[in-house]
Design a protein around this ligand. Structure first.
Ligand SMILES: [Zn+2]
Length: 371
């Protein structure tokens, strides 16, 4: 999901001793990325962005990642018609090429083809392909919202995430000690009347096919979340990272309830940190402290062959700097047009959010961290 971001702190007095690391940028340039002074506190953690989509091999981009000490989980998603790619396999190969060129800076999260669901050997074939990708270094598997919202079985019923026909795949991922990254369901706003103030408004304007408010023949959110929870319960040995705050982005209580109930469940922040900025500051802060072992930093940033690397790097860096200012400092941060006070999380919590939890929940995410 792409969106334009701006990072403008409320004047230089707010940011204090700001440090710019954008080469050649003028300090007066409005598009300049300004990091809080403690950039070294950021890079020394060896931060992990556990949710990115990169399909371009470009030495400049590797240099960008190395400069920030940023590690990536590069996620492949199976969509209907593969967009820039001919087949799912060519998409996986493009991600693999990026990972290979990164010298350990990125790892692959592969996926299976859900649209082969009605093939007689669906699960066997999926398991074989996943095991092939694990042998090539993949550390995780993505399941996407098309399960629950788009995919139908032979009898015309929507396939839910707890469908027994998916079980052999879950069992295999657990047996191989890999992680399932589960983007299931969508934000609440997907099922609500159009609201220009919603963080997701532009996404549904651009992707009306995923906007469910008027698609009454499609499953409701509660049905999908219930099936996701049932899958968690049925697979206690499977590590599951619920992408996008587990699609429970508006209710920290609901997320906490799942953490309490399912020890195999964590969430990533990809494209949903903005929802934490909408919570009362102290409530968001206490939530991140209470569940400091269960939340992984991620962005949902992407880079495709057709995109200009330098332009995209600016977007990436702004996102990283904005998020870091929000989580680490108590300064005023402009988060997508709203002024919010940073959460000033304790250093040990920041370290878990940006590094330790990625290592624990996604085994093998860093070279030499496989167990
Ligand atoms: Zn994503």
């Amino acid at each position: 999901m792409r969106r334009s971001l701006s990072l403008c702190f409320a004047g230089s007095a707010v940011i204090g001793a700001a440090v710019s690391i954008t080469a050649g940028a003028s300090r007066n340039d409005a598009s300049e990325t300004v990091w809080p002074a403690d950039l070294r506190a950021f890079t020394s953690m060896e931060p992990v962005d556990t949710h990115a989509h990169v399909f371009k091999v470009d030495s400049d981009f590797y240099g960008f990642l190395r400069r920030l000490h940023m590690h990536l989980v590069d996620i492949v998603v199976a969509t209907k018609g593969e967009g820039d790619f001919h087949t799912l396999d060519t998409k996986i190969e493009a991600a693999q090429a990026f990972v290979k060129g990164s010298n350990g800076q990125a790892v692959l999260c592969t996926t299976f083809d859900p649209f082969k669901f009605s093939d007689p050997n669906f699960a066997d074939d999926a398991v074989r392909q996943l095991n092939r990708d694990f042998a090539r270094g993949a550390v995780a598997v993505k399941i996407w919202k098309n399960v629950g919202m788009e995919l139908k079985d032979q009898s015309g019923h929507f396939v839910m995430p707890d469908d027994p026909r998916l079980e052999p795949i879950y069992k295999d991922i657990a047996a191989q000690s890999k992680t399932l990254i589960a983007h299931l369901a969508e934000p609440d706003s997907c099922w609500q009347p159009p609201n220009k103030n919603s963080p997701d408004y532009s996404y549904y304007s651009e992707h009306p096919e995923w906007y469910m408010y008027n698609q009454l023949d499609h499953p409701r959110k509660a049905t999908i979340i219930q099936a996701r929870d049932h899958m968690l319960e049925e697979n206690p040995k499977l590590r599951v990272v619920g992408a996008h705050l587990g699609s429970l982005e508006t209710s920290l209580e609901e997320i906490g309830r799942r953490f309490d109930r399912y020890p195999n469940f964590a969430v990533d922040l990809a494209a949903r940190s903005v929802y934490l900025t909408l919570q009362p500051r102290e409530k968001a802060r206490q939530f991140l402290i209470k569940y400091q072992d269960r939340i992984l930093y991620g962005t949902d940033l992407s880079l495709y062959d057709r995109q200009n690397t330098a332009t995209e790097e600016k977007e990436w860096e702004k996102q990283y700097a904005t998020d870091w200012a929000f989580f680490s400092s108590d300064q005023t941060v402009d988060y997508r047009g709203r002024k919010v006070q940073g959460l000033a999380l304790p250093p040990e919590v920041l370290r878990k959010l940006y590094h330790d939890n990625a290592v624990h929940w996604i085994r093998g995410v860093l070279p030499g961290s496989s167990n």
